[in-house]
Structures are given as C-alpha cells and as structure tokens.
Design a protein around this ligand. Structure first.
Ligand code: IMP
Ligand code: MG
Length: 184
C-alpha cells in the first residue's frame, strides 16, 4: 500500500510503511526509560554503530534521563556465510578507553548477527564494566550466529527495510519512519 506519507516524499522504491515515526518514538521512550533505570548511578556510554544507527542513537540519548556519554564506531563485515567471528573491518574506532564504562551498543538492525557478534567479541577484549545491546530492529529468521540483543524494540519479518538511519545504496536514511523497500 502506498500511503500519502510516502507519496509526499516522492520516493518510488518504497512499498509500504512498516513502522511509523510515532511507533518508533513510543518504543524509543520505553527503551530510554529502561536504560535510565538500569544504569542509574553508573558510568554509561551509549555506542552507535555507524552509519545505520545514527538516528536511533540521537533519539535514544534524548530519552535517557541519567548522565551518559556517546561514542561512535564504524564497522563492516566482509565475509561469506562460512566466515568466523574474526572478519569485521573497523573503519572508525573508538576514541576512548571503555574499561571505565558500562557500554550499551545502540544498533540499527540485527540481521545475520555477524557484524555485531564480531564487534562484541572485539569490545569484550577491551574489558568494559559491562556490555549490552539495544537494537532497534531484529530479524531473527535471518540469524546465522547465536547473537541475541539484550533488548529489541521491534521484531520484523525477513524483508529489506529502509529509513530512520537504514539505507538502500546509501539512500533513504533520512526518512523518519521505517519502510519496506521495493528492491528492483
Ligand atoms: P548483519 O551482520 O547481517 O546482522 O547485518 C549487518 C548490517 O546489514 C546492518 O547493521 C545493516 O547495516 C545491514 N542490514 C541488514 N538488514 C538490513 C535491512 O533490511 N535494511 C538495511 N540494512 C540492513
Ligand atoms: Mg548497522
């Protein structure tokens, strides 16, 4: 279904809205409240994995009501189905020592789980006080690893989605909602 909202954006490569901006904001508020309760009185670092989670991080940090710091990292996995957990390329690394922080990774989507599994392994070696994963979207049917989020805002079916930070060939990241992409 093509909604008015999508028509207004003038994009043709979108099938339908999967999750509206309002639904996202509601869940982000819940997640922010949960983080605030869980890490009250503790040194907290919200870690965004670029580029996909930049919008999620910017909203979730505003929903967190306790002191926190933010950090950014960029990684891409470059393996086939058979790769081990070593195959992640760090394009941009952290600029701080995480051993003094409780680190909450704010991820856009867990698909096969490969990128995050590699990244978590790498981050654990740096001895954070704790490490947990909040993911905006979870596609459990696509999992190729035993990666599990500590908290996921939405579980979605096996469709390719764009918007709210997620891209198709670098486009659509600016949509304020999540849509199913029309792959040509
Ligand atoms: P994974 O390593 O397979 O779990 O996924 C790694 C990355 O693939 C995610 O962080 C996204 O950047 C990208 N990705 C996976 N599924 C989608 C999707 O449906 N839309 C856009 N990007 C996706
Ligand atoms: Mg990502």
């Amino acid at each position: 279904m093509i909604t008015e909202e999508i028509k207004n954006y003038g994009y043709s490569g979108i099938k339908r809205t999967l999750i509206s901006a309002e639904e996202i904001q509601e869940k982000v508020a819940e997640a922010g409240a949960r983080i605030s309760r869980e890490y009250e009185g503790k040194p907290l670092l919200l870690l965004s994995i670029l580029k996909g989670s930049f919008m999620f991080l910017s909203d979730i940090c505003r929903a967190v009501e306790i002191p926190c710091e933010v950090a950014f990292m960029s990684a891409s996995s470059y393996g086939s189905d058979t790769v081990s957990s070593g195959n992640v390329k760090i394009n941009l690394d952290l600029d701080k020592d995480i051993s003094k922080y409780h680190v909450v990774i704010c991820e856009d989507i867990i698909d096969t789980g490969r990128t995050l599994a590699c990244l978590c392994e790498l981050l654990r070696e740096r001895n954070p006080l704790s490490l947990s994963v909040y993911t905006l979207l979870d596609k459990p049917s696509r999992r190729k690893t035993d990666m599990k989020a500590d908290y996921s805002l939405f579980t979605i079916p096996d469709v390719f989605v764009v918007g709210y930070g997620l891209d198709y060939a670098e486009e659509y990241r600016n949509l304020p909602y999540i849509a199913e992409a029309e792959l040509l």
